[in-house]
Design a binder for this molecule. Structure first.
Ligand code: HEM
Length: 154
């Protein structure tokens, strides 16, 4: 009987310790930053590249003369660099955003609620194209949403 108890105790110990790595791997997965889950800068730059490419040719946005003029003062490659840095930092990555504040860089563009909607639709289409999972999409929209008050005119 004593031998059986020892055998059961030993088995329980082996089972408990052998499952520990799995449990900790799952924990690490849950704790991964949004930056990591997006594939780091490799993932973020590819998504930003496509997103900006779509935005700069958007006819509705370019009807706004201030936005159209802004395309010339801030060329697409510059915007891609700054937006990637911003997203990298905001999602927990190692970058440091060095561009202008959102108010400063958008106030003169008179961006309306409707134009914000056009941008959001393009953003959604880009995230779908690159198969960014729904949970990560929601987190990204949450981050972008916090900037809206500084970008859209009141
Ligand atoms: C309808 C929405 C938006 C439009 C039409 C828009 C358009 C523009 C334009 C035209 C510029 C260049 C301005 C200039 O040189 O005069 C600019 C700059 C910039 N935008 Fe936006 N933008 C929008 C939303 C956003 C959002 C949501 C973000 C962040 C995720 C963002 C990040 C930036 C950054 C980082 C810059 C460069 C700042 C700098 O010059 O240092 N924009 N945007």
């Amino acid at each position: 009987m004593k031998a059986l108890k020892i055998a059961i105790a030993t088995m329980s110990f082996i089972l408990a310790t052998s499952f520990t790595p799995l449990a900790s791997a799952q924990q690490t997965g849950a704790q991964k930053s949004l930056y990591e889950r997006l594939g780091g800068l490799r993932g973020i730059t590819v998504v930003v590249d496509h997103f900006i490419n779509q935005l700069v040719v958007n006819k509705t946005l370019n009807k706004n003369p201030a936005i159209n003029a802004g395309r010339k003062s801030s060329p697409a490659p510059y915007l891609k660099f700054q937006v990637s840095q911003l997203v990298c930092e905001a999602t927990g990555g190692p970058c440091k955003y060095t561009g202008k504040g959102m108010k400063e860089s958008h106030a003169h563009l008179n961006i309306t609620e409707q134009e914000w909607g056009v941008m959001a639709k393009e953003f959604q289409k880009t995230l779908d194209k690159f198969k960014v999972p729904v949970a990560e999409q929601k987190e990204l929209f949450g981050i972008v949403g916090t900037l809206k008050g500084d970008i859209v005119i009141k």
